[in-house]
Design a protein. Structure first.
Length: 362
């Protein structure tokens, strides 16, 4: 345990002192304020729907080259804030930076997505934190650069993938429709799978702390595949590891504000919120708004949950969907967002339409 605590503190320090906690609107909502209009940012807001992003992506080389170039990653992180005046920038990176920094091979194949060498019990035992800080140093430089470029009004959000979700890619070597390979390994070899989760908890906590010390004032934990887990497995592989990350991060940065996003769990959301200790919960588009209002908003800030397909479609239906969300959730602690990331075919005018509609709330 002492060795793990030492690795966390060394990575978190990153050779930099603490930055002051800022007071952007997203951060203020997580600090228990209710704002009108609510702040707005959009998951995957820096991406292929923007021509300026495509131009930078074309000169970057590989996707990972873009993630590990502080100059280029800073540029694309800032692009949607500069274009739309959003209330937060979210670090441009990827959840698979963590297994890459743990020494696993990670690549992104155009049109196919991530590819990793599938990990087995032998590979799990070989994982360690040696070199993790050095491999993630470019990401911390990106965070620092972006924070220096943002005014205090705009929150900077760092992130990581939740251990369960990252583990699913490490076990299968790619994304699958139901993450059957990871579910099988967890059932057949729970001790080995627990060791993988434990390593990812340690690495993820250290990674988030380092981002906070580099300049992020909010972090989000993406558990994109939580919805494929059964109730007991959701407790063991999603809730418990996230709670440990939250405790480790708060132990190192007491004022840290943390958003959880367990996609697809619907009626497990209240248990997740109560047991993980997050400050906010992000909702996918399948979550009933009245449930979010009545069961969650008294506990934490809520974020979401416009369907990315509705955003892509636009028109009067988009206005109506925005208005429904605002009517149900804007009277409490609320951050407007999507229920998942922007899809590449989304027209820019539709994004502008949403932002204008939300800001008419005041």
């Amino acid at each position: 345990m002492k060795q793990k605590e030492d690795s966390l503190s060394v990575l978190a320090s990153g050779g930099q002192g603490r930055r002051p906690i800022l007071t952007g609107a997203v951060r203020r909502v997580l600090d228990s304020e209710r704002l009108s209009p609510p702040p707005i940012w959009l998951m995957r807001q820096a991406g292929r729907y923007l021509p300026e992003y495509r131009a930078v992506r074309a000169k970057a080389g590989s996707f990972l080259d873009l993630c590990f170039s502080p100059e280029l990653a800073s540029e694309v992180t800032l692009q949607p804030v500069e274009r739309f005046g959003l209330d937060a920038a979210i670090l441009f990176s990827d959840i698979l930076v963590v297994p890459h920094a743990l020494g696993r091979r990670v690549a992104f194949v155009e049109g196919e997505g991530p590819r990793l060498d599938p990990i087995d019990a032998t590979g799990i035992v070989a994982l360690d934190m040696a070199g993790f800080a050095e491999r993630t140093a470019p990401v911390m430089e990106t965070v620092s650069r972006v924070r220096d470029s943002l005014g205090p009004r705009v929150s900077l959000i760092g992130f990581c993938g939740a251990p369960w979700t990252v583990a699913t890619y490490m076990v299968a070597g790619k994304s699958t429709s139901d993450q059957f390979p990871a579910r099988t390994l967890a059932a057949a070899s729970p001790a080995a799978f627990q060791q993988l989760i434990d390593t990812l908890v340690e690495a993820s906590a250290a990674y988030l702390v380092a981002q906070l010390r580099a300049g992020a004032d909010v972090v989000q934990i993406f558990d994109s595949w939580a919805g494929v887990l059964g109730p007991d497995e959701f407790q063991r592989w999603s809730i418990a590891p996230t709670a440990r990350i939250v405790a480790l991060v708060r132990g190192a940065v007491r004022a840290a504000r943390i958003i959880g996003f367990p996609k697809g769990v619907q009626f497990g959301l209240e248990r997740y919120v109560r047991e993980t200790g997050v400050d906010g919960v992000s909702l996918d588009w399948t979550v009933p708004l009245d449930m979010a209002r009545d069961r969650l908003q008294s506990l934490v800030a809520v974020q979401g949950n416009l369907d990315p397909a509705v955003l892509a479609a636009g028109g009067a239906g988009l206005d109506q969907a925005v208005d429904r969300i605002l009517a149900e959730l804007a009277n409490g602690r609320f951050i407007f967002n999507l229920g998942h990331g922007i899809v590449p075919e989304t027209p820019i005018p539709h994004v502008e339409q949403v932002i204008a509609r939300v800001r008419r709330q005041a």
